[in-house]
Design a binder for this molecule. Structure first.
Ligand code: SF4
Length: 898
C-alpha cells in the first residue's frame, strides 16, 4: 500500500497586525491546531518583514480560552445564559426601537473602537446617523487621535495626514514630540534609527519622561507637562526672523500668519521665557531651534503626549504652524506627522465614526447632510454633532442616554474617571456589548446582551494605518462557535429595525465598495479623502487588494499621491490656515492635597486592556504588573521603596501599584501604565484616577497630567501564586495576574495571614509544604503526578529568585524527584537566581542574564546578541539593551573588583 500523499503545507495568509497604527503586514499560517504561525510580511511597505515584540507574539493570542462564543443574555441573578442569535438580535433591536419610540434618537448611542474594521465602522455609522437619526456615535479613538483630527481640520480644511513612512527614511532631522515610539510604534522607530545610523539623521525627543525613545536621541528635551505649545510658539517666532521663513509659500498658500505669529510672540517672546515655562535649559532650546531651522528635511512627528491633552488641538496646530511657516510640507522627507495610536483609528476617521463627523470626511453642514442623505437614501438623518466619549458617559450617568451598544472596546477601564463610567453603565436600560471575551470591566458593569464577535485572525476587511495606507485584514482561522463579524451583527440588527433594503451586504467587499463610492460622491476635490478608484473592485480584486495609500481617486493607477504637493489644501480658499494658539496652561495643577502630576501611557509589550497581549506568556514579564514610575528623590520624599507598593490617589479614584524608581522621571511627576484592569489586578486600573477634562475642540481627555498624591501601602508579606486556571482571589489583598507557560501567575502582597487566606483557594492534590517562621517564609507546592499543578510562596520580600525558578518548573510537563525536592527547600536558600524582568521578549532573555553578559565583557548590543540572541529578532528591546549597557558601565564597581 502506498504511503499517505504528503499534505501540502498551508499557505500563509497576508493580513495586518491588530495593534498599533504602524499597520505592519503579517503572514499568518494556520498550524492545523487552531493556532497560527506568524511572520512579518516582507512585501508590506510599513514593515518590510519586521514585527515588534507584540506582533511577533500574535500566534500565541488566538486560543479560544476565555472567548465569548455564543450570544448571551443577562439573567435577573446577574449571570448570563446562552440564547440563539435570533433571540439576541431581536432583543437588541427591540430595545433600540422601544427607546427610540419612547425618548427619541438623543437617548441612544454607539461606542465603537479603533479595533473595528473600516467596514464595521461604516455600517455602524450609517445605521446610527442615517437611519436611527442620532449622531451619538463615538469611539475609543477619541482617546487616541481626536486632537490631531481637529488640528488637521483647522489647518488643512480636512483630516489629512501629510506624512508617509518613507519621509522617516529620508529626513535629516526627526523630532518626536510626546511619543515613545521605541515602545509604541517600534517598527517605525527602527526605521528612524536606521536612518540615523545609515544617513546620520538627527533625532530630537521632546517628552517629560526620559523614555526608551529618548535614550536614542541626539537631543532630549525633558519638557514640563503641557508646555509643548510654548516651545513651538518660540520656534515659530525664530522661523519668522530667519532664512527658514518660506515667505513665498506663506503668501501664496496660507492665511492667518500674522495673527498666529503675534500670538506666538506673546506666548514665547524670547528663549528665556520659553525656558522658564518649559523647564528646559536655554542652551538646549537654542540647539533645538538651530537644528530645526537649518535642516530643511525635518519631520516633526507626535503621538499621545500631544493628543491626550486638554490643549491637544492647540499643540497640534503649534507644530503645524512651524511647518507651514517654513514651507516644509508636501515634499519627501519633511512635514508634520501624527503617528496614530490604534490599528484602525484612521479607518474610523475615514468612515466618520466620530460624534462630530458625519461620514467620509463630511461634517454636519446642511449640504453635507443632504449629500449623505441622498447617497444613503436615508430616512432620518442626524442633523447635529453628537456627544463625544466623555460627554456621552456623563449623559448616560444623568439618564439622558439610556441605550448603548459598545463594540470591541472596554470603556469601563479605559475612559477617564473609570469608576464613574462603571456606575453610569450600570444605569443603562438597554446595554449591549459586542465582544470577543467572556468578561471584562465593561461587561461586568452590567451588560445585558453579549454578542460574540469575530476576533483578529478571523475577521475580513480593511484597516488604514498612520500613513493613510489601506491594508487588508484577512481571515486565517474559521469563525469559532457562533462568533460573527461585527458588520454582520450590525446588519442583522438594522434589518430587524426595518432597514433591510439599505443593509443587504453579502460581504465586507460590498460595504467597502459603498464606503469608497461615498468618498468620491460629489467630491470634485473638495474633500481630501477620496478612494473612488476602489469603488468598483470586484470580490477577487478586494481579496487581492495590496496595501494602498489614499487618496486613490477614480482613474488613478496608484495611490501614492503626495498630499499638498502643490500647496493646494481643502479649505474654502484652498489655503492652509495658521492657527493662533492659546497660552498653554494645564487644566488642573498640583496642590497641597495632590502635589504630583500623574501621567499615564503604554508599555512596550502590552496593548490597551490586554485582552490579547495578556494571553502571551512571552509578553508578560517585561513589565509584569501595574507599576508607578517615580523619581528616586520623590520616592524618598513620600516614603516609597523600590519594589514595594504605593497607593496613588487623585480626586477621582485610587490604585495600588508596584513602586519603580526611575531617574528618567522628572521630579514631581509619576507615570503609571494603562493596561491593568479590575479583571487582571485587584486595584491596578489607573483609569479610575484620571481627570475627565477635555480639549474644547477635539473632546480628547487630558490623560497625561492629573494631580495626585502617593503614599506607601503597608504590607506584611509578598509572594506569588501559580495555577493552571485563574483563581478567584479576594480584593482585600493586592494581586496582579499574568499569563505563564502552562497557566497563570499572580504576584501577591497582603497581611500576615496572606498564606492561610490563599492556601484555601488552591486546587486539591498531593501537596508539599515548607515553613520557616523565623524568616516569615511559607510555601506550598501541589502536584498532579509528575507535574507541578500549583504553588504558593510568601515571605517578607518578593522572592524574585524563587519566582523565576518556580515558573521554569511550572512550564514543564513533568519534573523529576530532585527538582521536586529542591522546589521548596532549594528556594529556602537565600540568593536563588532571579532572571529579573524579561528584556528580550522574543528569546525570553532576562535582565540578570544581560547584566552577567556585560560583566563578562559583552560590551555592546551586537556582542550581547551574539551571546544571548537578545535583540536579534524584532529589535524592540535594543534601546533598553543600550540603556542597560550604559547603566552597567557607569555603575560603581564593587570594592573587590578591579
Ligand atoms: Fe504590530 Fe508592532 Fe507593527 Fe505596531 S509596530 S503594527 S504592534 S508589529
Amino acid at each position: 500500500m502506498n504511503a499517505h500523499a504528503p499534505v501540502p503545507a498551508p499557505s500563509p495568509i497576508r493580513t495586518t497586525c491588530p495593534y498599533c497604527g504602524v499597520g505592519c503586514g503579517v503572514l499568518a499560517t494556520p498550524d492545523g491546531k487552531d493556532g497560527l504561525a506568524v511572520a512579518g510580511d516582507p512585501d508590506h511597505p510599513a514593515n518590510f518583514g519586521r514585527l515588534c515584540s507584540k506582533g511577533s507574539a500574535l500566534g500565541e493570542t488566538v486560543s479560544l480560552e476565555g472567548r465569548l462564543l455564543h450570544p448571551m443574555l443577562r439573567t435577573r441573578s446577574g449571570s448570563y445564559e446562552r440564547v440563539s442569535w435570533n433571540s439576541a438580535l431581536d432583543a437588541t433591536s427591540e430595545g433600540f426601537a422601544r427607546i427610540l419610540g419612547e425618548r427619541g434618537p438623543d437617548a441612544i448611542a454607539f461606542y465603537l473602537s479603533g479595533q473595528l474594521l473600516t467596514e464595521d465602522y461604516y455600517i455602524a455609522n450609517k445605521l446610527m446617523k442615517g437611519f436611527l437619526g442620532s449622531s451619538h456615535v463615538d469611539t475609543n479613538s477619541r482617546l487616541c487621535m481626536a486632537s490631531s483630527v481637529a488640528g488637521h481640520r483647522r489647518a488643512f480644511g480636512g483630516d489629512l495626514v501629510p506624512g508617509s513612512y518613507e519621509d522617516l527614511d529620508l529626513a535629516d532631522c526627526i523630532v518626536l514630540v510626546g511619543s515613545n515610539a521605541a515602545w509604541c510604534h517600534p517598527i517605525l522607530f527602527q526605521r528612524m534609527l536606521r536612518n540615523k545610523s545609515e544617513r546620520g539623521a538627527k533625532l530630537i525627543v521632546i517628552d517629560p519622561r526620559r523614555t526608551a525613545a529618548a535614550e536614542e536621541a541626539d537631543l532630549f528635551l525633558p519638557i514640563a507637562p503641557g508646555m509643548d505649545s510654548v516651545l513651538f510658539a518660540g520656534l515659530l517666532t525664530r522661523i519668522a526672523e530667519s532664512d527658514a521663513l518660506a515667505l513665498d509659500f506663506v503668501v501664496r498658500h496660507t492665511s492667518g500668519f500674522s495673527e498666529a505669529l503675534a500670538r506666538a510672540q506673546a506666548i514665547a517672546p524670547d528663549i528665556a521665557t520659553v525656558a522658564l515655562k518649559t523647564g528646559l535649559g536655554e542652551n538646549d532650546i537654542a540647539a533645538f531651534y538651530d537644528l530645526w531651522l537649518r535642516t530643511e528635511k525635518t519631520v516633526t512627528a507626535w503621538s499621545q503626549g500631544v493628543n491626550q491633552s486638554a490643549q491637544g488641538t492647540d499643540k497640534v496646530n503649534a507644530i503645524i504652524n512651524c511647518h507651514l511657516a517654513a514651507g516644509r510640507i508636501g515634499r519627501p522627507g519633511l512635514g508634520p506627522f501624527s503617528l496614530t495610536g490604534q490599528p484602525n483609528a484612521m479607518g474610523g476617521r475615514e468612515a466618520g465614526g466620530l460624534a462630530n463627523m458625519l461620514a467620509a470626511h463630511m461634517m454636519f453642514t446642511p449640504s453635507d447632510i443632504d449629500r449623505v442623505r441622498r447617497f444613503w437614501n436615508a430616512p432620518v438623518m442626524a442633523k447635529k454633532e453628537g456627544l463625544k466619549a466623555v460627554a456621552m458617559m456623563d449623559a448616560i450617568a444623568e439618564g439622558r442616554i439610556s441605550a448603548l451598544w459598545v463594540m470591541a472596546t472596554n470603556p469601563a477601564a479605559s475612559l477617564p474617571r473609570a469608576g464613574h463610567v462603571r456606575d453610569a453603565l450600570a444605569k443603562l436600560d438597554h446595554f449591549i456589548v459586542s465582544e470577543v471575551v467572556l468578561s471584562n470591566d465593561t461587561i461586568a458593569s452590567g451588560a445585558k446582551i453579549l454578542l460574540p464577535a469575530a476576533a483578529w485572525g478571523e475577521k475580513d476587511g480593511t484597516v488604514t494605518n498612520s500613513e493613510r495606507r489601506i491594508s487588508r485584514q484577512r481571515a486565517a482561522l474559521p469563525l469559532p462557535g457562533e462568533a460573527r463579524p461585527d458588520w454582520w451583527i450590525i446588519q442583522e440588527v438594522a434589518k430587524r429595525l426595518g432597514f433591510a433594503d439599505a443593509f443587504d451586504y453579502p460581504n465586507a467587499a460590498a460595504i467597502f465598495r459603498e464606503h469608497a463610492a461615498l468618498s468620491s460622491f460629489e467630491n470634485d476635490g473638495a474633500r481630501g479623502f477620496d478612494i473612488g478608484g476602489l469603488a468598483e473592485l470586484s470580490g477577487s480584486d478586494f481579496d487581492r487588494l495590496p496595501p494602498t495609500q489614499w487618496p486613490m481617486r477614480k482613474g488613478a493607477v496608484r495611490g501614492d499621491e503626495r498630499l499638498f504637493a502643490n500647496g493646494d489644501f481643502v479649505t474654502p480658499d484652498r489655503k492652509a490656515r495658521f492657527v493662533g494658539v492659546a497660552p498653554p496652561a494645564l487644566a488642573l495643577t498640583p496642590n497641597d492635597e495632590f502635589p504630583l502630576w500623574l501621567n499615564t501611557g503604554r508599555v512596550r509589550d502590552h496593548w490597551h486592556t490586554m485582552t490579547r497581549t495578556g494571553r502571551a506568556p512571552r509578553l508578560a514579564l517585561h513589565r509584569g504588573e501595574p507599576f508607578l514610575a517615580i523619581h528616586p528623590d520623590d520616592a524618598a520624599q513620600y516614603g516609597l521603596v523600590d519594589g514595594e507598593l504605593a497607593r496613588a490617589t487623585s480626586a477621582y479614584g485610587s490604585a495600588a501599584l508596584r513602586v519603580m524608581c526611575d531617574d528618567g522621571q522628572r521630579r514631581g511627576e509619576v507615570f503609571a501604565p494603562i493596561h491593568w484592569t479590575e479583571e487582571t489586578s485587584s486595584n491596578g486600573a489607573v483609569g479610575a484616577l484620571v481627570q475627565p477634562t477635555t480639549d474644547p475642540f477635539s473632546g480628547q481627555p487630558e490623560l497625561k497630567a492629573t494631580p495626585a498624591r502617593v503614599a506607601p501601602v503597608a504590607v506584611d508579606l509578598y509572594g506569588f501564586l501559580l495555577a493552571r486556571e485563574p483563581v478567584d482571589l479576594p480584593r482585600d489583598i493586592w494581586w496582579s495576574r499574568l499569563a505563564l507557560d502552562g497557566g497563570c501567575g499572580y504576584l501577591i502582597a497582603g497581611p500576615a495571614d496572606l498564606f492561610e487566606t490563599l492556601r484555601a483557594r488552591l486546587p486539591a492534590g498531593e501537596s508539599a509544604d515548607y515553613v520557616d517562621g523565623r524568616r516569615g517564609v511559607a510555601r506550598v507546592a501541589i502536584f498532579s503526578g509528575d507535574r507541578l499543578d500549583a504553588a504558593l510562596f510568601v515571605g517578607r520580600s518578593q522572592q524574585d529568585g524563587a519566582w523565576s525558578a518556580a515558573r521554569a518548573l511550572f512550564a514543564r510537563d513533568a519534573i523529576d524527584e530532585a527538582q521536586r525536592r529542591n522546589l521548596l527547600s532549594g528556594f529556602a536558600v537565600d540568593g536563588a537566581a532571579s532572571d529579573g524582568p524579561t528584556i528580550c521578549a522574543c528569546f525570553g532573555v532576562g535582565l540578570v542574564a544581560i547584566q552577567s553578559a556585560i560583566a563578562a565583557g559583552k560590551a555592546d548590543v551586537a556582542a550581547i546578541g551574539a551571546h544571548l540572541k537578545a535583540g536579534t529578532n524584532c529589535g524592540s528591546c535594543v534601546p533598553e539593551l543600550k540603556k542597560i549597557i550604559a547603566a552597567t558601565a557607569s555603575a560603581p564597581k564593587p570594592a573587590h573588583a578591579a
